[in-house]
Design a protein around this ligand. Sequence first.
Ligand code: ATP
Length: 239
Amino acid sequence: WEVTTLLKLNHLSVHYGAIQALKDVNLHVEEGEIVSLIGANGSGKTTTLRTISGLERKSGGEILYQGKDISKTLASEIVKLGISHVPEGRRIFPRMTVFENLEVGAITRKDKENVAKDFQRSFELFPRLLERKNQLAGTLSGGEQQMLAIARGLLARPKLLLLDEPSMGLAPLIVEEIFNIVRDINAAGTTVLLVEQNAHLALKYSNRGYILKNGYIDLEGYSKDLVNNDEVKKAYLGG
Ligand code: ATP
């Protein structure tokens, strides 16, 4: 049984003009893991995901995906390579139905029979979406919109799912429901890189975690160790 590295950020830096949002970030994600990226507002979590998926450009370093540097690859190609990004704030299309939103997720795929199977699988994972498949997405609850955003991301059949703040603005019960589904998605073979401001949740559901502070990696380790780390407890877990 061999562990294979799916994603590796080597000395990654990103600038927005004069502001350096990421500073020499080193991070790796092994196949089959759920890895969390934790940090305060503005620490660079979203920038990390956006740079991996080709929406921002690095100023230094490299992004290795299955051993190949994708830091100059177009976002549209990166999706086809198997990286799917569920953005912060969900970004569903409110005036389209649930079903139409899901169709957008499969837009780059040519294997139409498998797409049909994946629709079915999505509705098994998220039965609420099946009940509401002809409803306009803008009329869904926040939790349901998050489910839709994740389901849409899965329809690209990713090897690596990038999840940006899935808990944002949601009640605790629905958050646990969503994270349990993320765990199921992972158990079925999808690797997950999870950005969360809620460190409790992130460390509960991930194997390993990284803590970003002002654009650099401050701490990293197994999630079970990070929850017991005094610095983490004090700064991120409310003492
Ligand atoms: P949040 O949880 O608030 O989204 P974050 O950890 O995801 O925070 P980023 O959104 O990655 O942080 O932002 C990192 C830094 O880069 C911040 O200082 C932010 O102000 C800056 N930044 C982000 N996007 C841009 C942009 N498009 N132009 C200029 N600066 C930006």
